[in-house]
Design a protein around this ligand. Structure first.
Ligand code: ZN
Length: 166
């Protein structure tokens, strides 16, 4: 199993709030492997379980150029943030749409890795943006929610039109 179907905005299931993982077991690791495969195949730099209709707090990320720095975030929490930065974002659930989003520039987050070990990490640049974007997914939030109502309506309309054309 891999190449899982990615939910496309405005699918209501993208609004579900994911529940924390209580036990990092073989099932969790299988989910993580499938998520990495799906993300690399897409291709994308991050994927939240919510996007494949699994409502657990699991995120996979790889922002490296050579796609050789996989990062797993189970039950991630941002514990510190600083600054503001504007950055262009896209999303595998909103294909073809790219918009500037303003978010904190630097973050420190806590998470659990695929072996069940807790860790903390500081992030800036693309990794910081990506971690924040993916944690939003776990809370049912999409990057378009950070845009003006007008822009968001326009994107929604566009996506619904694409759906009809498919
Ligand atoms: Zn996304």
């Amino acid at each position: 199993m891999a190449n899982l179907d990615i939910l496309i905005y405005p699918d209501d299931r993208l609004r579900n709030v994911a529940t924390p993982v209580t036990d990092v077991d073989e099932e969790t690791r299988a989910l993580i492997s499938n998520m990495f495969e799906t993300m690399y195949e897409a291709p994308g730099i991050g994927l939240a379980a919510t996007q494949i209709n699994v409502h657990q707090r699991v995120v996979v990320i790889d922002v490296s150029e050579n796609k050789d720095q996989p990062l797993t975030l189970i039950n991630p929490e941002i514990i510190e943030s600083d600054g503001r930065v504007e950055h262009e974002e896209g999303c595998l659930s909103i294909p073809g749409i790219y918009e500037q989003v303003t978010r904190p520039e630097l973050i420190k987050f806590a998470a659990i890795d695929r072996d069940g070990n807790p860790y903390e990490m500081e992030a800036d640049g693309l990794l910081s943006i990506c971690v924040q974007h993916e944690i939003d997914h776990l809370n049912g939030v999409l990057f378009v929610d950070h845009l003006s109502a007008l822009k968001k309506r326009r994107i929604r309309k566009k996506m619904l039109k694409h759906e009809k054309d498919r």
